[in-house]
Design a protein around this ligand. Sequence first.
Ligand code: APR
Length: 240
Amino acid sequence: MTQHHPAERIVVLTGAGISRESGLETFRDADGLWSRHNIEDVCTPEGFRRDPMLVDRFYNGRRAELAGVQPNAAHLALAELERAAHDGRWNGELLIVTQNIDDLHERAGSRNVLHMHGELRRVRCTSCGATPEWLDDCLPDTPCPACHRPTLRPDVVWFGEVPLHMDRIQTALAGCDRFVTIGTSGTVYPAAGFVAEVRDHAETVDINLDAPQIPTLFDRTLVGPATRMVPQWVTELLGA
Ligand code: APR
């Protein structure tokens, strides 16, 4: 039995920009979520303690939006790349690390996905730790389906909290040959620091709608909408 050695291991880091053309808002674009909501109020543990109803309503609104949007060509292209590895059409390995809490990668067909900031379609019980899938509204008095206490919160990582799956992410970054970021402003750590960790051993590519304002640490920058640039990048990779 020979150990499978993929020719290349790719880690893709996605941000809100990959879901923009599906109709979900980003955070820091002019019309983004942080132009209408105060991060301290809706994206910190203190904000949740202060006003759990405000925070629950913020996430209920975003969860409800999921039902009305579809994965776009960028999500689908990444799912196609993972399928090509599975079918042996590409001798590589793909891990998607996403900062997004939407489920569009999964709905596009991707399986190897790590949500480092949690998931909209789950809630977490702060009493018993259950993280049930949750597609409806969740309010401060909604009982936990496991322990029945009214102690549910969005299963999302807020500012000041520890991102998820960091051990697996660090291992994948240490062993990758290519690191590609798609639709992220590169302003929130630890995700923003990944490129510095890999640039000595991996080819680094940034895909973004806007050209970088200052020189970046990336070897290549592909400027354009994700729905055009990601399929182009995947086609180039599979064609090589
Ligand atoms: N195609 C490609 N990139 C796009 C597109 C598009 N159609 N539209 C916008 N972008 C780019 C923007 O230029 C910007 O660089 O997507 C990026 C979105 O940046 P942010 O709004 O900061 O989103 P993100 O980088 O994912 O934020 C990281 O911050 O608030 C926290 O937890 C939240 O996960 C989020 C984290």
